[in-house]
Design a protein around this ligand. Structure first.
Ligand code: FE2
Ligand code: FE2
Length: 370
């Protein structure tokens, strides 16, 4: 075959919208995952600053139902996504405000950062929320939020919006009224199902989604402290996944949620896995080393660990615990047969630290790139 014949072959392929695999095998079938998203950290100081200013300047109204500020991973070309599968945001609700009722097929969770007197109503079940409470929102369940207090309520949102849109599966519907009717007694699902190992004897199991809409901090903290007395993970220290108490499954089909305690001076071993995660630092001060870069964090900060990035966590304080809430796309990877996990064999499970994360320096390096 002559060069001109080969050139004509490629021209014909291009005209017919056909592509030869042998030209791009290494990019679409790489030997290991090559995530576009990057490890990143957002400081609470900045998150609080922009969220509180949004609270002063932006009203909540139909068409803009939620005052949520999304983490936009710099590796994702300006998309408002923390990872290719996860949306994470800080949501700000002013005192006496209402975020109107709607429903969507995107699956959602919320972790309360601050506020008293804030509440969520999910499918008729109204629950008052406090710091450390975790709320789930199964797909197509009506939900609205409000506050009876003077001060704002602030929480972290976690949704599968990127995945949902990638799959062309998003539906959204506003409720006819600003708030849905409350159909149960206050805190109904917490009172009925809050002690997870017991359920009303006459009811069937809730197989698909947890029957409880709010996981209260008091019970979560007790479980963490109890676990710390009997067991821990070399990679995560004391870590618990929130589950459907009837099945043991993750709270959502697409998102798993963790609460994790690093005991004083704890330093975990490094591992990596094919799932991405977003962390919120609930308490304490420490660092996570991600692919050799040290990300120092303190209370309120949020950070991303991309797929297949080596990571280890450490508590920088000798006399205080560190606590992190996190969301993961692990259920998606596991359900699709794509989950893989391995410890890092190097030097006793710890990485060599080659730098410290500095968002200004990394941003400058990006903007100087050709
Ligand atoms: Fe929503
Ligand atoms: Fe991990």
């Amino acid at each position: 075959m002559s060069d001109s014949e080969l050139a004509r072959l490629y021209d014909d392929m291009a005209r017919e919208h056909l592509t030869p695999l042998w030209k791009l095998e290494s990019s679409i079938l790489p030997p290991v995952p090559c995530p576009k998203s990057v490890a990143w950290l957002w400081k609470w100081k900045e998150l609080f600053d922009v969220a509180s200013r949004s609270g002063r300047l932006v009203t909540i109204e139909r068409g803009g139902d939620r005052r949520a500020v999304a983490l936009s991973n710099p590796g994702l070309g300006g998309a408002p996504y923390a990872t290719p599968t996860l949306w994470a945001a800080v949501q700000w609700l002013n005192g006496h405000e209402v975020a109107p009722a709607h429903r969507h097929t995107a699956q959602a969770v919320r972790f309360i950062i601050d506020g008293r007197g804030g509440y969520s109503t999910v499918q008729g079940d109204k629950v008052y929320l406090g710091r450390g409470d975790m709320v789930i929102n199964p797909p197509w369940y009506w939900h609205d939020h409000g506050s009876d207090a003077d001060e704002p309520t602030i929480w972290m949102d976690g949704l599968d919006i990127p995945l949902n849109n990638y799959l062309d599966a998003n539906f959204f519907e506003p409720h006819a009224g600003e708030q849905q009717a409350v159909t149960q007694v206050l805190d109904g699902s917490v009172m009925k199902y809050g002690v997870g190992q017991l359920r009303p004897a006459w009811e069937p199991r809730s197989d698909r989604y947890p029957p409880i809409f709010a996981y209260k901090w008091e019970l979560t903290e007790r479980a963490l402290l109890n676990l710390s007395r009997v067991d821990s993970s070399p990679f995560d220290d004391v870590a618990l996944e929130y589950t459907n108490p009837h099945t043991g499954r993750s709270v959502m089909d697409t998102i798993s949620c963790w609460i994790q305690m690093l005991r004083p001076a704890a330093h975990t071993q490094a591992h990596r896995h094919t799932s991405s995660a977003v962390y919120y630092v609930f308490e304490g001060r420490g660092a996570t080393v991600i692919d050799g870069i040290r990300f120092d964090w303190e209370q309120g900060d949020m950070f991303v660990v991309p797929s297949w990035a080596a990571h280890e966590h450490l508590n920088a304080l000798n006399d205080q615990r560190a606590v992190m809430f996190s969301i993961h796309d692990t259920p998606v990877m596991a359900a699709l047969g794509k989950y893989r996990e391995e410890p890092l064999p190097s030097s006793g499970g710890r990485q060599k630290v080659t730098g410290r994360f500095d968002s200004t320096r990394v941003q400058r390096a990006n903007s100087e790139a050709p």
